[in-house]
Design a protein. Structure first.
Lengths: 348, 154
């Protein structure tokens, strides 16, 4: 008796049906021909990186200790003492950065090819939610290293929540578990970073992919409506992307290893504090305006950005005019974001 | 799955071998690295050498008590040389006394008795007194004390 028979007797699924389903949803998933171009096949990159983040993050928890006394020291221990600890941490750190870069590229591509249009509005909103969840998980992860910069970034970052009308103060107190960033903040952030946010991300990614699969990949204008099966061509593409990312991140880790900084000192705020690069646009923007104006303007931008697929049709009935509006808005957003980022990078 | 006989050309074969070879290699390297990462390196213990007595200071059969930090330590000269014991009783951690007339260690807490070579003679102690490694150099007696690192990952 073969192992297959032995197993199916004990796990009695309809094997033929299983094969059919597998062929339908995986092997023979129709992929539009334009996805043979790498430019259009990069939506899987954030997913691959997320997978690697889960694996490396899981291994980091084997050594990391979320307490004010031990957080910095355990990160140092991982980086300097544990065999290949610098590599695991380096991949986790670079993976986070690359995940945000790849999401920005993915969003830009989807926006400029108008892939968010009816009937795919909900998937755009899910994607935006995934992007902001990724920013949140990056922020909480960054604060766990508990060095001077991350400590004060956490202090400044959480302080902004106070501006939320009515319940801001309560939310801040809940998030910090006290009046200032302390041991409770660290354990709360740890719990969010390793359990709550990853679970949410997984759920949203699942929905995102389900909706994508139900609609099929949208075909940008000017491409033929022709398809090829997922396996083997696209499958190979994903393997190649994974291998490239692993090699690329290992190289980055060796050339530009993540540093340690100095241990957090709640008594002294460093002269120059800066958040991570992906918060530069918002940080620079907030420096230009009074706090509440800056925060409301950012919130308004986020809302418009999130619901753009529903806002766009209100602007004009003409498809061409809509595209013109969207392109202009998109290019303006890109220019302003890049300009603010550059400004913050250059000026201390 | 219905198996189909497919002929693949050389180009396809090389491509597949390459891609699965690279994938396999990457997986193997990854697994190896994770195994190394998860099992902490066994560190060899390091020791410091401390001077505890001069050789001519003690006659055969005599002992002397000193303190290393807060740990009482006994240096005993025996026929075959010097032995250095920790004075902490192996039963429940009281401090033993050297009784010169009986050439033995006595623990007052539960009447544990050790002979001059540290072996249990009577009473409840489960094992002999802890011993330090001794080295004699230029008529001076040294012991080796294990370094305790300050890091919690000793």
């Amino acid at each position: 008796m073969s192992f297959k028979q032995w197993f199916i007797e004990r796990f009695p699924i309809d094997y033929q049906k299983f094969v059919e389903i597998n062929e339908k949803i995986f092997i023979k998933e129709p992929i539009p021909t334009h996805m043979k171009k790498w430019l259009f096949a990069m939506g899987a990159t954030p997913l691959i990186l997320f997978g690697l983040q889960v694996v490396t993050g899981l291994f980091l928890t084997f050594y990391f200790i979320p307490s004010p006394e031990m957080a910095f020291e355990s990160v140092r221990h991982i980086t300097e003492d544990v065999r290949l600890g610098f590599w695991i941490r380096g991949i986790h750190r670079w993976g986070a950065n690359l995940m945000i870069i790849s999401l920005l590229l993915h969003i830009t591509r989807v926006f400029f090819t108008n892939a968010y249009r009816k009937p795919r509005e909900i998937n755009w909103i899910l994607g935006v939610a995934l992007f902001f969840l990724t920013l949140t998980i990056s922020f909480t992860g960054y604060s766990l290293t508990y060095n001077q910069l991350s400590y004060w970034a956490t202090t400044v970052g959480t302080n902004m929540i106070k501006e939320v009308p009515v319940i801001g103060g309560l939310m801040l107190h809940f998030l910090r578990g006290g009046d200032v960033v302390n041991a409770n903040t660290l354990t709360r952030f740890y719990s969010m970073h390793v359990m709550i946010l990853p679970a949410l991300l997984m759920f949203f990614i699942f929905l995102h992919i389900i909706i994508l699969r139900l609609h099929g990949v949208s075909i940008p204008e000017g491409f033929e409506k022709k398809y090829y099966p997922f396996y083997p061509h696209h499958f190979y593409k994903i393997i190649i992307a994974t291998l490239f990312l692993l090699a690329f991140m290992s190289t980055l880790t060796i050339i530009l290893p993540p540093g340690l900084g100095t241990p957090a000192n709640p008594a002294i705020t460093p002269q120059h504090i800066k958040p991570e690069w992906y918060f530069f646009p918002m940080y620079r923007f907030l420096k230009l305006f009074p706090l509440h104006v800056g925060i409301y303007a950012t919130a308004a931008f986020v809302l418009v950005f999130t619901f753009w697929p529903f806002i766009e049709p209100l602007l004009s009935k003409e498809k061409r005019t809509r595209t013109l509006f969207s392109r202009t808005a998109g290019i303006l957003t890109l220019i302003i974001t890049l300009a603010l980022t550059l400004w913050e990078t250059i000026v201390i | 799955m219905p198996e189909k006989k497919q002929k693949i050309n050389r180009r396809e074969f090389i491509f597949r071998t390459g891609i699965f070879g690279a994938l396999g290699l990457a997986i193997l390297t990854f697994v190896r690295n994770i195994v190394l990462y998860l099992f902490p390196e066994r560190k060899t213990k390091t020791y410091h050498k401390y001077l505890v007595a001069r050789e001519d200071e003690l006659a055969v059969g005599r002992a002397k008590q000193i303190y290393m930090g807060r740990t009482p330590v006994f240096i005993v000269r025996q026929d075959e040389g010097f032995k250095v014991f920790s004075g902490i009783c192996t039963h429940l951690g009281c401090i033993v006394k050297w009784e010169q007339d009986k050439e033995r260690f006595f623990c007052p807490c539960h009447k544990g008795v050790f002979d001059k070579s540290g072996k249990v003679v009577s009473g409840p102690p489960p094992r002999p007194l802890d011993e330090f490694r001794v080295e004699i150099e230029n008529k001076k007696v040294y012991v080796f004390v294990e370094d305790k690192t300050r890091s919690p990952w000793a």
